[in-house]
Design a protein around this ligand. Structure first.
Ligand code: URA
Length: 279
């Protein structure tokens, strides 16, 4: 719970930094938070003993990829992720751990934040509303989902309190510790696929790939080339940002970042593509 509350506080700070002045919280949501904090009863900011012990018992995984072709190495990685005790413990009953999908020979790897409600049911990244928009963006680039590789920083959906029906309402960004646990798995996927370049979708993906303290607001790093393990990394908005702000201006901003990606990947770009979202 402490992790969830810290993550909510992080998210509120992030929204404030990006100019959001107000968020509405339902009375039920507030009540549920109050109840959970009271039940746990741990002093603010202090990790409950069992949580600290859990972290010590489960340090971030060490991934040793076997020799062999890309598929064999990816299959071995998938088995390790599915058997990871932390991943297994973090996934609610009936839900799935999520690893990346796509071409193991992709030139472009997109990296998002974490599975959401649809993703943890299907066990595949970016299949919900944000995923449908990401698919449209990929098609706009002249590619299909199967031509690229799509992964996430996280392999499970970060938890929040559930409603009386046991259903998690909403999403929260992962904490630093949660990200530290999953990052070795993302690095292994990068090693296997060996894409020509990566695209970080949103602030959490950028923090994961650039290092947690590398920037304040996303605007400081967005639209520019960075480095991830010797590979070019473009940082752009998360598709859910466009879903929340569906104006031509925001669409054009993300599209300009993708035009840079296409140029760097030596992809053909038509005049029509260059003009997307200008009017
Ligand atoms: N948002 C993400 O960052 N990743 C997903 O897989 C889905 C939504």
């Amino acid at each position: 719970m402490r992790l969830a509350i810290n993550a909510i506080a992080d998210e509120l700070r992030r929204l404030k930094a990006s100019g959001v002045g107000q968020v509405s919280v339902s009375e039920e949501g507030l009540e549920s938070l109050r109840r959970s904090v009271a039940e746990r009863g741990s002093p603010a900011g202090e990790a409950p003993a069992e949580e600290a012990a859990d972290e010590a018992a489960h340090p971030p995984p060490v991934v040793v990829l076997p020799r062999g072709d890309k598929q064999a190495r990816w299959d071995a990685l998938r088995s390790q992720v599915l058997e990871d005790p932390v991943c297994k413990a973090k996934v609610r009953p009936g839900k799935k751990v999520v690893l990346g999908v796509g071409s193991l020979d992709a030139s472009i790897m997109f990296v998002g934040e974490a599975p959401g409600a649809e993703e943890e049911v299907q066990g595949e990244p970016f299949v919900g509303p944000a995923g449908q928009l990401l698919t449209k963006m990929i098609v706009g680039m002249g590619l299909s989902r199967g031509d690229v590789y799509i992964g996430n920083i996280m392999n499970w959906r970060p938890d929040l309190p559930v409603d009386p029906g046991g259903v998690q309402v909403g999403n929260r960004p992962p904490t630093e510790k949660e990200m530290a646990h999953c990052l070795p798995y993302l690095r292994a996927q990068v090693e296997i696929v060996a894409p020509r370049l990566l695209v970080a979708l949103g602030a959490t993906a950028a923090r994961g790939l650039l290092g947690h303290k590398a920037f304040g607001a996303l605007g400081e790093v967005r639209g520019a080339w960075h480095d991830f393990g010797g590979r070019p990394l473009m940082v752009t908005y998360h598709p859910s940002y466009i879903l929340r702000n569906p104006t031509n201006r925001t669409k054009r901003l993300i599209w300009e970042d993708l035009l840079k990606v296409m140029e760097r990947a030596n992809m053909p770009i038509s005049e029509k593509q260059r003009g997307f979202f200008l009017k």
